[in-house]
Design a protein. Structure first.
Length: 132
């Protein structure tokens, strides 16, 4: 019998600025293409979740953040495997460049009340309850 695969650890950043939260749109050619998400990515072996978050945001958005809160991680199962989502609430640092979508199709700063009007990646949906 095959060993069940452990969930892949994935970090995501809930970047807050002036009451708005940043969403990033996934490229059409990737898994969950076209859906909106909180930016982030996989934690590399031996890397802390915080280090992964800073690395991913630098690679994907070219920005730097300060973590203001660590939310409770949870597991989300997709049909292709499961992820352990490790969410962080962040703000851009004073010296951070404006985020730019290096790997995403688009970025949006969204009012909390409007978050539900975006089609989110399924793993990100449970985070909305705490944000609304």
């Amino acid at each position: 019998m095959e060993e069940p695969l452990l969930p892949v650890p994935v970090v995501c950043a809930i970047i807050v600025r002036g009451g708005r939260i940043m969403l990033a749109q996934r490229p059409p050619d990737k898994k969950l293409g076209g859906l909106w998400e909180f930016p982030g990515g996989k934690v590399e072996p031996g890397e802390s979740a915080e280090a992964a978050l800073h690395r991913e945001l630098q690679e994907e958005l070219g920005c730097t953040v300060r973590i203001t809160q660590t939310l409770t991680p949870f597991v989300h199962a997709y049909d292709w495997g499961s992820i352990e989502l490790i969410p962080f609430v962040c703000e851009l640092t004073a010296e951070s460049p404006e985020p730019h979508p290096h790997e995403h199709t688009a970025l949006a700063w969204v009012e909390r009340a409007e978050l539900l009007s975006y089609e989110l990646a399924p793993a990100d949906v449970p985070l909305l309850k705490g944000l609304m």
